[in-house]
Structures are given as structure tokens and as C-alpha cells.
Design a protein around this ligand. Structure first.
Ligand code: TNX
Length: 481
């Protein structure tokens, strides 16, 4: 059906306004609002129409989107926008008869704002571009060795002293509480839940820049020393800002009660401004924390999150702790063929009544290079072309019941990315692969590489119109318009 300035849109949901704005950004055409039926494009919510977050979309002479809820309607609008085409006669919509709803309730992306800081506008742009792929969770990695990025009233030196720089000495920054609330509200308007992460007990060098009494002296490991030398980066020095990328050298003091006062205060203040049910407390790569201390910390920290009324989320290593709080959600970041103790740690979350988010590093990590010569990104987990990002199955990695897998999250670590444009080059198109793994049925025809590569290629004009700086990977037949 044609799209022209006389095309009318009927619907009172926010999704109707979002549709009108997006069509204008893409085509320059401002659609008209209809006051009553019939209209060329109609949007409704009907809870009986499909499963949660689902929608139906029919495009013939008219277009009708029926959402099961507001999120479903929003997703129906995103699909409609993917079906917009332009030819010499003008703009039109491809015909469609779609009934669609997600396979997994959890479809997440993570942005590391600690290694490099990204301001509120950048994060909003990230929310817009990822929610358009039907991601519904945004995990913000708010703290790491290089910086602390969210203001905490009860520990004000964190942002005063430990937010000034980023990795490599690049400029830092932090979110005020109002900034953070603005991000949460923007995410909600795109049906995304924000999961804030405070990484503990390792990845905490920055805390020691603000409050030296909370953190142990750096513990160097051989890989850290060798990598720092190779990259020409400094080694961590207690109490001084850390500008390198090395991991595993920092730990909060496990046997000081003040550490738990700190964790309790931070979790409480974060919980107060986070409407979503989760607080992520990290747990990865605490190589400098003795195992028994690490386990003790994992048990106490997850209990503190529960006391604050939230569900704890932790990287899979925390599954080493026998008595991790019941119901804690584990985030698995091992490989699709698990190594070492990763699988048993992850499975322990399920044994404790929790569930798992799958972030298998060799397929979902958005910060890995596409090809060995790609200028951005790292290679430790794998080199991940679009096809290998797409062809994996989240329920086939660990020996747990399917119901224990909440879904998928694709993390974007920011050691090598200084700007949101650089972030986007790593994220797009591979985030679209993870979006489909998380949303679509597991088998062909919905899940098939030959189909996906053509459909993702057809997003090029949409991404260009939205200013998404995607990587034009050779594997994809990109559409010109
Ligand atoms: C591992 S995966 C990390 C991060 C790094 C990332 C780089 C995980 C939970 N931790 O600290 O930024 O690798 O790819």
C-alpha cells in the first residue's frame, strides 16, 4: 500500500506517535492523525490477540496492527517500519500477514559505560536503535576499574574522584541521579527495563581512588603484566586512576564490615531509582580475591540485593558460592562449549531456584572483531562474523531445563570504542542476529541464515535514515533503498 501525506493513522497509544515520527524521519512524509475509523493505518491493543509482547500485522489495502499490550504494539510498529520501501513512484509498504510473539521473555543488550563513558544522549540513541530490534532489557555496566559512573549520595567521592577519566586517559563522566532517571524513563518509553550493574568484588580499582580503605592493593597476574606491556599500558597503582584495560587485579576488602555498609548503601540508592526488578552485582574475573573470600562475598552481596527488594543478577562465577541468595539470576559468559568450571557455576544458579541469561562470549560478545583486521574490538573470545553470531542455540550450551533459560543478552564492552558511532559499528548488524535468536522460533523457516541475511540487509536504508552507524559486513546483501 502507498504511504503519502494523506495516509491517516488511527490509534491513541504512544506507539502511534512513535510511528508517525519514525515515518517522517525516514521519508520526510508527516502522516495525518485520524479521529475515527476507518483509517489507512490502525493501531489497537487487544490482550486476547496474542501472547505477551506479541502482535499481529496485516498489510493489504490498509495496515492494521493489534498489540497484545503496549509493548506488542510498539514491536508491531517496528516490523511495519522494516517493511517500508521506496521506488521511483514513491513510498509504500510491503504486503504482510504476520502473527508474531517472542520466544524468550529476556532479550537484552549491555553497554559498558565504565571503560568509556557515554552520556545520556548517547545512551538514548542506543536505546532507540536496540529497542527497534525488539530488545527489552538494557544492562548498564556502570562501574569498573577505570571509572564509577553513577552518583551515590552517601558516597559522594565516587563520582567526584573516580569518574574523571576513561580507559587510555580519555575523558570520563558520570550520571547524576536525574540523568539516570532520564535514561530509565526513556528506556521505559521503548519498553526496555534497565538493569544497573555495580561490578563487585573485583573490577573495583576506581572505588579505591575515592575510598582507599575499601579496596585491597592491586594483585598482578602474569597475563595482566604481559598484556599491559604489549599494549604499552600502565600497571594499576593503588589509589591512582587506572587507564589500562587489564582485568583481575582489584578486590574490595572482604573481611571489613565497612565494605558491606558500602554495598548496602549503593544497592539501596540504586534500587530507589530503578523501577525494574533487577540489580546486577557483577562477580566476574575476581582473580585477586581468594576463592573462599569470593564465595563469602557473593553470598552476602546477593543477600543485600534481596533485602533491598530486588532480584540479584550476577556473572556466572558467583555460582561457585554454595549459598548464593535463592532466585539469583546468573549471566553465563563462557563459550558455547563450556570450559573449566563455567558450566557448573552457571548450573548452580538453577539449583538455587534462579535462572540463566545466556551471553556466550564467542557468539554474543559485540566487542569482538568481525574479522582479524577490523579496526575496533578485541579477539580473546573469538572473531565473530555475522553468521557465527547468528548460528547458535542458547538452550544447547548448558545441561539445564529449557525453562531455566530466560533468554539472551549481547554485551558491548567499551575498551576500544571512544564514541557511540564506534559502538554502533560493532553492535550493528550483529545485535540483530542476537535479537532474532532471542525472539524467533528455534527452527527454520523463521531461523535460517539465508533468510536472515537478506532481511537484515533490507534494514540498511532504515539504519541510514536513523543515523545508525552499522558495519556494512561483506556477508550481507545490503539494500540500496
Ligand atoms: C571480559 S566477560 C570481561 C570484561 C571485559 C571483556 C572484554 C566479563 C564478564 N568480563 O571485563 O571488558 O571481557 O571482552
Amino acid at each position: 500500500m502507498p504511504i503519502t501525506a494523506t495516509t491517516r493513522v488511527l490509534g491513541t497509544s504512544p506507539a502511534a506517535a512513535q510511528l508517525i515520527d519514525a515515518v517522517e524521519r525516514r521519508t520526510g512524509i508527516r502522516l495525518t492523525r485520524a479521529e475515527a475509523a476507518p483509517a489507512e493505518i490502525e493501531l489497537f491493543v487487544d490482550p486476547e490477540s496474542s501472547a505477551a509482547e506479541g502482535y499481529t500485522l496485516e498489510i493489504g489495502d490498509r495496515a492494521v496492527i493489534v498489540g497484545a499490550d503496549e509493548a506488542g504494539l510498539f514491536y508491531g510498529v517496528q516490523t511495519l517500519l522494516q517493511l517500508l520501501r521506496q521506488d521511483d513512484s514513491g513510498w509504500w509498504l510491503l504486503g504482510a500477514d504476520i502473527a508474531d510473539s517472542p520466544r524468550f521473555p529476556r532479550r537484552g543488550v549491555m553497554l559498558d559505560v565504565a571503560r568509556h563513558f557515554f552520556g545520556v544522549d548517547d545512551v538514548k540513541r542506543f536505546i532507540d536503535s536496540t529497542s527497534a530490534l525488539k530488545f527489552n532489557h538494557l544492562h548498564l555496566h556502570l562501574t569498573d576499574d577505570q571509572g564509577w559512573r553513577v552518583h551515590i549520595d552517601s558516597w559522594p567521592l565516587l563520582t567526584e574522584r573516580a569518574a574523571v577519566t576513561s580507559a587510555d586517559g580519555d575523558p570520563g563522566g558520570f550520571y547524576t541521579k536525574d540523568d539516570y532517571r532520564e535514561i530509565v524513563a526513556h528506556a521505559a518509553s521503548r519498553h526496555m527495563i534497565v538493569i544497573p550493574e555495580i561490578d563487585l568484588p573485583g573490577h573495583t580499582h576506581a572505588i579505591g581512588v575515592a575510598y582507599p580503605e575499601l579496596v585491597e592493593a592491586p594483585v598482578l597476574n602474569d597475563i595482566l603484566v604481559a598484556e599491559s606491556e604489549r599494549l604499552g599500558q600502565p600497571l594499576p597503582v593503588a589509589g591512582e586512576t587506572y587507564l589500562g584495560w587489564g582485568v583481575g587485579h582489584s578486590s574490595v576488602r572482604i573481611h571489613e564490615e565497612r565494605t558491606y555498609d558500602f554495598v548496602r548503601d549503593v544497592v539501596r540508592e540504586l534500587a530507589e531509582m530503578t523501577p525494574g526488578p533487577y540489580i546486577h552485582i557483577g562477580g566476574d574475573e575476581s582473580l585477586g580475591t581468594p576463592q573462599a573470600d569470593f564465595d563469602l562475598f557473593a553470598e552476602r552481596a546477593t543477600a543485600i540485593v534481596v533485602e533491598a527488594g530486588k532480584i540479584p543478577v550476577a556473572w556466572h562465577e558467583m555460582g561457585s558460592a554454595a549459598n548464593i541468595a535463592e532466585g539469583t539470576v546468573g549471566q553465563y559468559w563462557g563459550k558455547t562449549t563450556p570450559e573449566g568450571t563455567h558450566a557448573e557455576e552457571a548450573i548452580h544458579f538453577v539449583e538455587r531456584g534462579g535462572a540463566l541469561i545466556m551471553s556466550a562470549a564467542n557468539v554474543t560478545y559485540l566487542d569482538m572483531k568481525y574479522t582479524a583486521d577490523f579496526p575496533l574490538g578485541l579477539t580473546w573470545a573469538a572473531i565473530i562474523d555475522v553468521r557465527s553470531a547468528y548460528e547458535w542455540e542458547p538452550t544447547a550450551v548448558l545441561d539445564v531445563p529449557e525453562a531455566a533459560i530466560l533468554g539472551v543478552e549481547a554485551p558491548m564492552w567499551s575498551e576500544t570504542t571512544r564514541t557511540i558511532d564506534e559502538v554502533e559499528q560493532l553492535v550493528f548488524p550483529r545485535a540483530a542476529a542476537q535479537a532474532e535468536v532471542a525472539w524467533s522460533p528455534r527452527e527454520a523457516p523463521e531461523r535460517a541464515w539465508d533468510s536472515f541475511r537478506v532481511r537484515v540487509g533490507s534494514l540498511a536504508p532504515l539504519w541510514k535514515a536513523e543515523g545508525v552507524d552499522f558495519h556494512p559486513a561483506q556477508e550481507i546483501p545490503w539494500s540500496a533503498r
